[in-house]
Ligand binder design. Structure first.
Ligand code: MLT
Length: 334
């Protein structure tokens, strides 16, 4: 009826009004390393929506994409000193500040999205959160999952370790990733994330590795042609909050932040499940050529696991830390 329509119109107007943020709402700055369209942005958007909802509009956040608030590794320092509120970045860019999370960047440890979710959301993930607070002054409150880091390059199809020789590959400033490429016989070029696109474009380097989602969000298809479907590192990309900021919140607000982070984690996990294949096809449509590693990647796997793992036992807190992760995933300890 007419009356119902008027009433529901009023209800709509009221609910829209109620959704507007209180004038005193705290708006947090959230650094995002990648461009639009990736899993980092999906996690960030879902976090802001959940935070607004849970806090009744008293807390919100604004995303600054594409490293506008600083390079990924620098945002860790900024959050630790309290000059930045939140950051979403790849786990490999936290490792230099919290070596234990390096376990998650060891090659061929996380072998699927299910593995990634299990480790990060279970007891091991909780211990890593505590350790990171202690080591780095930032608290991981959510996790994005971005898929395996595939190797892209502008020179040629790469299927074997032999094919890789002579190719100049950019890696993050992450010792484990550097050593992984060394185990495959090349000396990679460590470089900040924010400089990577330009370096590929200007051919300072031939290639890099990152998930399909990131290759797309960063428009790397404009400057890279060949993709090798490596599965050595499943990219996990946490949402961190400055521990100083977190400790300044009331227990109720802390709870709201944590719950919003958990909700956003689920959204991000679903986003990857829904989008990865579609994005992969889009990249092929844009002219990228995908190569499968020869012999089911055996040579890459053997070299990396035998040469790299033992080098980092001390740094990650002992071989038993890796064994703990492996057994939690139903695999044999080393
Ligand atoms: C890196 O390669 O430095 C990171 O994985 C970039 C990212 O956050 O996507």
């Amino acid at each position: 009826s007419f009356l119902t329509r008027i009433l529901s119109g009023t209800a709509l107007a009221l609910s829209l009004g109620a959704a507007a943020l209180p004038v005193s709402a705290a708006e947090y700055r959230i650094a995002v390393g990648d461009g639009a369209g990736g899993t980092q942005e999906a996690l960030g958007k879902a976090f802001v929506a959940a935070l607004e909802e849970k806090s009744g509009g008293k807390m919100t956040g604004k995303l600054f994409l594409n490293g506008q608030l600083g390079d990924e590794q620098d945002t860790v320092t900024a959050a630790a000193t309290g000059t930045l509120d939140f950051s979403i970045l790849a786990i490999n860019n936290i490792t230099p500040f919290s070596p234990t999370v390096g376990t998650l960047t060891l090659p061929y440890v996380i072998l699927s999205q299910e593995d990634a979710e299990k480790v990060t959301q279970g007891e091991i993930g909780r211990q890593m959160v505590d350790q990171t607070v202690e080591d780095a002054g930032v608290r991981i409150i959510g996790w994005a999952y971005s898929g395996f880091r595939v190797l892209t390059n502008s020179k040629k199809p790469i299927a074997t370790v032999a094919d890789l020789q002579g190719v100049v590959v950019r890696v993050p400033k992450n010792e484990i990733m550097i050593e992984t490429y060394k185990s495959w016989g090349i000396n990679p070029t460590p470089m900040a994330w924010g400089e990577t696109f330009a370096a590929l474009q200007q051919k300072v380097v031939d290639g890099q590795d990152n998930p399909y989602m990131t290759v797309n969000a960063m428009k790397f298809y404009e400057v890279q042609k060949y993709v090798t479907n490596l599965r050595y590192l499943f990219s996990i990309e946490p949402l961190i909050v400055s521990e100083a900021l977190f400790q300044s919140l009331s227990p109720e607000e802390q709870q709201q932040v944590l719950e919003a982070g958990q909700e956003a984690t689920q959204v991000s996990a679903q986003f990857l499940r829904d989008q990865e294949n579609k994005i992969k096809e889009e990249l092929v449509g844009r002219g990228m050529e995908i190569t499968e590693p020869a012999d089911e990647e055996k040579e890459f796997i053997e070299l990396a696991t035998t040469k790299v793992w033992p080098k980092f036992y001390d740094q990650i807190g002992g071989k038993e830390v890796l064994d703990g992760v492996l057994t939690s995933l139903g695999r044999d300890p080393v």
